[in-house]
Design a protein around this ligand. Structure first.
Ligand SMILES: [Zn+2]
Length: 468
């Protein structure tokens, strides 16, 4: 469409002299409006660049038109005379976090229903992600056509709320995943093709909607569903997507399914392997084919942790992320005891441990790790909170805080193919998070959010003041 508009404009310009018209130079807007290009300088903070470099003390960041133009030590980094300066002495700067696996418009309060996929609800969620320092979100399936408008809007320079990407509807299984109870989808939210031809047709439709990725659900949700996706279907999906220049992310749980879909050419394994420890065969496949792996450890933790009621649930960082209905659920004794007694909680505890083990193994062999939690898919996977839990679980698995942050910023941007963000360096978007504490030795410092900047503008303040 953009290309078409440009062509029409060029054609019109060519015609003007023939019609005896000239193009008048439009007067440039005067400086009465606040000048958009007043440079901003952030100074005094410790800077973690998101690329794994040593933290830089007393850093200077120069921002112009929403883009970082210089980063360096205060002593040797020149700043423009006209710049507005913000003093962040004692704070720490990190790049905005990037989620590779979330969902928007699924949940409102404690309800999951197709009607939640509306503008107001999604904007509320995107504002929450942003306030929690997650400045870019991939909604990995079960989107509605509204996604296209919202995505365009969120890509805008002056938008508020996290930037949004999406995998359009996604490909599920007839009578299979994703389950209709718990994850209900509207008619326009999910394809369930029963033949390879219909699968290819679904991919072509999503490509015409400019999907950023293609999502498929392969497994039977730990045996709770009658069928898995047939190989001929996911092979057709992957083949057709690649023909259209689209990459494919797969929902899996078990090692054998992960291997099968990687052998079939999938680009992103959208969850960690959680039924057993990964083996040499899988590691070799992941490395050779350079497949991305998004562990989503926090997904299983969310199944039981809020019934365990750890003390940190009382802190504003957590409480301020809760809509009233969810807050009420967490203090409902019937819900707590039912959750604690459920077999799901038991298997989720084991899944967390396996997932952590596997993510460390994959990291150590140099596989490509992405960052995501499946936040927003169900009420317990709380936007913003989930991403900070994931950082904790990653360091719990044995990554250093800087390694975990690099996965959540630089690497997560690379997974999405976004070269304009993910690290604090010249030429990158000024999407950054200001922390009151230094996460270098204790990752939980990322929860002490002081401010969030989006494209060179402060869009959010202390998390203690946020309300969903
Ligand atoms: Zn998901």
């Amino acid at each position: 469409m953009k290309e078409f508009t440009l062509r029409v404009r060029a054609f019109t310009l060519l015609l003007l002299p023939l019609l005896g018209l000239t193009v008048e130079a439009r007067p440039k807007p005067k400086a009465s409006a606040p000048a958009a290009d007043t440079p901003v300088v952030l100074r005094g903070a410790r800077l973690i660049d998101g690329a794994g470099g040593e933290p830089l003390a007393d850093a200077v960041v120069v921002i112009r038109d929403g883009v970082i133009v210089a980063v360096g030590p205060a002593a040797s980094t020149p700043v423009p005379d006209t710049a507005r300066t913000v003093d962040y002495t004692g704070k720490t700067l990190i790049p905005g976090l990037i989620s590779n696996h979330s969902h928007v418009g699924r949940v409102n309060g404690v309800k999951v229903e197709p009607g939640n996929y509306n503008r107001a609800n999604i904007q509320r969620q995107l504002r929450q992600y942003e306030a929690y320092g997650v400045t870019t979100v991939m909604s990995l399936g079960m989107n509605r056509p509204l996604l296209q408008q919202l995505r365009e809007q969120q890509h805008g320079e002056r938008a508020t709320g996290a930037d949004l990407f999406g995998a359009d509807q996604g490909i599920g299984v007839p009578q299979g995943a994703p389950p209709t109870d718990g994850m209900p989808a509207g008619e326009d939210q999910l394809y369930r093709p029963d033949t390879p031809d219909k699968a290819r047709q679904a991919v072509r439709e999503m490509a015409s909607h400019k999907a950023d990725l293609v999502k498929l659900w392969l497994d039977d949700f730990e045996g709770s569903l009658a069928v898995k996706m047939k190989p001929e279907i996911y092979e057709a999906v992957i083949d057709e997507a690649h023909k259209k220049g689209l990459r494919v992310a797969a929902h899996i749980h078990d090692l054998e399914d992960a291997k099968a879909v990687v052998r079939a050419g999938v680009d992103i394994v959208a969850h960690g392997v959680r039924d057993q420890l990964v083996d040499a065969d899988f590691l070799q496949l992941m490395k050779e084919r350079r497949v991305w792996y998004v562990p989503t450890v926090a997904l299983d933790e969310a199944t039981f942790i809020y019934a365990d009621a750890p003390a940190w649930m009382g802190e504003p960082f957590f409480q301020n992320a809760l809509q009233p209905a969810l807050k009420a659920q967490f203090t409902d004794e019937a819900w707590v005891s039912k959750t604690l007694a459920s077999p799901k909680a038991e298997s989720a505890r084991k899944a967390v441990e396996l997932n952590q083990n596997n993510l460390k193994t994959l990291y150590d062999v140099g596989a490509r790790l992405g960052f995501g939690t499946d936040s927003g898919a169900t009420p317990l996977r709380i936007p913003g909170v989930a991403e900070h839990r994931e950082l904790l679980l990653m360091t719990g698995a044995g990554l250093t805080p800087l390694q975990a942050l690099t996965v959540a910023t630089r690497d997560a941007a690379a997974l999405l193919g976004l070269e304009d963000r993910g690290v604090l360096a010249p030429g990158k978007r000024a999407d950054l998070v200001v922390l009151d504490a230094d996460p270098t030795s204790d990752i939980s410092a990322t929860q002490q959010l002081h401010a969030v900047w989006r494209r060179g503008r402060q869009v959010s303040g202390p998390i203690t003041a946020f309300k969903p």
